[in-house]
Write a protein that binds this ligand. Structure first.
Ligand code: GAL
Length: 719
């Protein structure tokens, strides 16, 4: 596997910010290629993702390849200075294959073999499909592996996994045997005595289908896990086919942010570089993308990653095809780069004439070619990225010391739990806490449970519903075994050495099989938090700005500017067992009972928030906790202005983004606390504008949607 430094570049042969798009010359008459390359030069395009979904054009019959069009594309693109992220075309098999071997297609939950159709409809277990995949991938790698334009493998496209065929069902049983070892353990972990669900033989376990009605939650959860695992094994298989020929070419597959279907943490172990497709909605809160970028880059220790798809204008699948107003393309591209991306790429280069994506945004639209507004904005960004490349490449997001714990399996279990409320959104609450830190201009990462936490001072776990014991799976792949972690023990060690932990309500409820911890919530965290929770009240969410209950703070314990705030939705009834109450409910029949507690443990402290407090409280609370660790915003927060930094190569790069449709004014002079306290790596060197190299004034005026970028030297020891 290629060795990529933690600050990049991702590919030393293409050590620039990649600017480009999904490109399918196979969908166009051959003469379009020359015009496209010409337009790409004009647009400052230096990279394309080539051949996604092109299988039928590459292999016209089993083993009969037509590489002519791709040969021409490689040559002309390379002559035009454009690198290639070469796709394995395997997300959509050709018709000759599905006609001859329908078993390559997935079986739906109702038991029907899918007919040939759109994309991502194959069975990840099918040996026949794997044979075909190996043949085309190997042929592509052998043909283009030595081409100087090849910089990256783009494996498949947006994996989705939901096959219920007999082969998958059999593999599921094998997976469960490894996970639990014996049926008695499986029955116990799934609480299978309930409703006579007990399994007397492995063969009785079936993938859950709607017709089964309610099945044990442990089964639903394991099926979800297995589907993700099986597709990840397929991804591994695909990766191996090209790695065998081109071990030095990095590999990615494009992920989909908050997509609920897969556990991307496992996929990240297979890829050399993270990439993802970001389709923000015009007018949405910018925190959504900030969170998603952090979630995606956190899959691989916050190393440089790739924004591999975004629309240049509108999508064809969001509720409304709203065009990105002028300036938004630049703003969102630079937001991604500020969050650690080494690219700004689009879906798609040329807007197709037919089929389902003909009204999806593209760099080259149906009308006006290079004269169109969108093309102009893309070309302007291309020129700017060329200028920014030497400053940005070789840096990665500045390490954060605050992290928010996120776990897809916990999300699956929480959202599937029958109880508390029907509408339970795991990521929604994580995002509220993330936002409260992010709006303070304090750096924050989204952190996976099995990654290294040693760089963090503060860890936030708003909905740690599932607390993995680390006991399962009993056996598994090396990656599965490495991901096994006793989360409570890891958290205790974190606090012990001086960390601050914040746990939110509905945490520590179940183990990794969705089996409830007895003796009071939050299960194995009771001792660390010095509390136990008896029960949780749940009320419908209040209208914006009003709250079902309140929190009254004890200022001797927690001195925040406000002494009271609202709280909503979930209300734990907490008993103290060593912890100190820092706030009490002001209303309902449990008024006066604790709703915020703190407990010292080792050199650190563990907080428990027993409810969902209003955003204003969370902002004050996190700013207070951060200050106690000497963490202060480098630049004072201004509403709707995002501040991001990257570091590496002895320099720091600062991005200031005005997401507001109005002008904003930002004080650049570092706040006195921050200059001293933001160490290691603090610098008081002046910020130099990335474009003009002039020293920035003490106050920066930003036009609506404007982004300003600067750099400064870092101490030699810290850069
Ligand atoms: C992505 C996909 C692309 C294209 C795009 C449209 O999810 O990878 O192939 O369909 O959506 O927005």
């Amino acid at each position: 596997m290629p060795q990529i430094s933690p600050t990049g570049p991702i590919q030393p042969r293409a050590a620039v910010l990649w600017h480009g798009a999904d490109y399918n010359p196979d969908q166009w008459p051959p003469e379009t290629l020359d015009e496209d390359v010409q337009l790409m030069r004009q647009a400052g395009v230096n990279a394309v993702s080539l051949g996604i979904f092109s299988w039928a054009q590459l292999e016209t019959a089993p083993g009969r390849f037509d590489f002519d069009w791709m040969d021409r594309a490689f040559e002309k693109l390379w002559a035009g200075g454009v690198h290639v992220a070469l796709a394995t075309p395997t997300a959509a098999p050709p018709r000759w294959m599905t006609a001859a071997e329908p078993q390559v297609l997935a079986v739906s939950a109702s038991g029907t073999r899918l007919p040939h159709g759109g994309r991502q409809r194959f069975c990840p277990t099918s040996p026949a499909y794997r044979r075909h995949v190996e043949r085309i991938n190997t042929a592509l790698a052998q043909r283009y592996g030595g081409h100087p334009a090849l910089m990256l493998w783009h494996i498949s496209n947006e994996y989705v996994s939901n096959c219920h065929c007999p082969l998958c069902a059999e593999a599921f049983i094998g997976y469960l045997k490894q996970r639990y070892g014996d049926l008695a353990t499986l029955n116990a972990q799934w609480w299978a005595a309930f409703w006579s669900q007990r399994f007397a033989a492995w063969e009785q376990v079936e993938p859950p289908r709607p017709a089964h009605g309610t099945v044990p939650h442990g089964l639903t959860l394991d099926w979800q896990r297995f589907r993700s695992h099986q597709m990840c094994e397929f991804f591994k298989f695909e990766a191996a086919t090209v790695r065998a020929v081109t071990p030095e070419v990095p590999i990615t597959t494009n992920m989909m942010g908050k997509f609920p279907g897969l556990d991307y943490a496992a996929f990240a172990e297979v890829m050399d570089v993270v990439s993802w497709d970001c389709y923000g909605s015009v007018g949405a809160d910018p925190v959504h993308m900030a969170f998603d970028h952090s979630l995606m880059r956190g899959m691989k220790d916050n190393r440089p990653w790739l924004l591999i798809e975004q629309t240049p204008s509108a999508t064809n699948w969001q509720e409304y095809g709203t065009l990105k107003p002028p300036g938004v393309l630049r703003l969102w591209s630079l937001q991604a780069i500020g969050h650690g991306s080494d690219s700004a790429m689009y879906f798609q280069w040329r807007r197709s004439r037919g089929a389902s994506e003909k009204f999806h945004g593209a760099v080259v639209e149906h009308a006006a070619g290079s004269r169109a507004r969108v093309f102009g904005e893309v070309a302007a960004l291309g020129a700017e990225l060329k200028q920014l490349s030497p400053i940005v490449i070789g840096t990665a997001v500045t390490p954060a010391r605050i992290g928010i714990l996120c776990d897809q399996e916990s999300r699956w279990a929480f959202e599937n739990a029958a109880g508390y409320a029907r509408d339970k959104r795991y990521l929604g609450e994580l995002q509220r806490h993330f936002r409260a830190v992010w709006t303070q201009n304090l750096r924050i990462d989204v952190v996976q449970h099995h990654r290294d936490w040693s760089g963090y001072d503060i860890l936030i776990a708003p909905r740690l519903y599932m607390l993995k014991s680390g006991l399962f799976p009993r056996e598994g792949t090396p990656e599965q075994l490495a991901a096994r972690v006793d989360v409570a023990a890891k958290l205790a060690a974190f606090v012990e050495r001086g960390g601050t932990l914040v746990v939110g309500c509905l945490s520590g409820i179940v183990n990794e099989s969705d089996l409830v911890y007895e003796g009071g919530y939050p299960g194995p965290l009771r001792q660390l938090l010095g509390i136990w929770v008896e029960q949780t009240d749940c009320l419908p969410p209040s209208a914006p700005g009003s709250f079902a209950n309140g929190m009254s703070l004890d200022r001797d314990v927690l001195a925040l500017p406000s002494v009271s705030c609202g709280c909503d939705r979930f209300f734990d009834r907490v008993h103290l067992r060593g912890a100190t109450a820092a706030a009490a409910y002001t209303g309902n029949w449990y008024a006066g009972e604790p709703c915020l507690t703190v407990h010292r443990h080792g050199h650190g402290e563990a907080w428990y928030i027993a409810t969902d407090p209003e955003a204003a409280f969370l902002e004050q609370f996190y700013r207070h906790l951060a200050a106690r660790h000497g963490l202060h915003p480098t630049i004072e927060p201004v509403a709707e202005v995002e501040v991001l930094t990257r570091r590496g190569g002895g320099r720091e790069v600062l991005f200031i983004l005005n997401h507001a449709p109005e002008p904003r004014s930002v004080a650049i002079a570092p706040n006195a606390d921050a200059a001293a306290a933001d160490a290691p790596g603090a610098s008081t060197a002046a910020w130099h504008d990335a474009h003009t190299d002039t020293v920035w004034p003490q106050r920066l005026e930003l036009a609506p949607l404007q982004v300003r970028i600067a750099q400064r030297r870092l101490d030699r020891t810290t850069g």
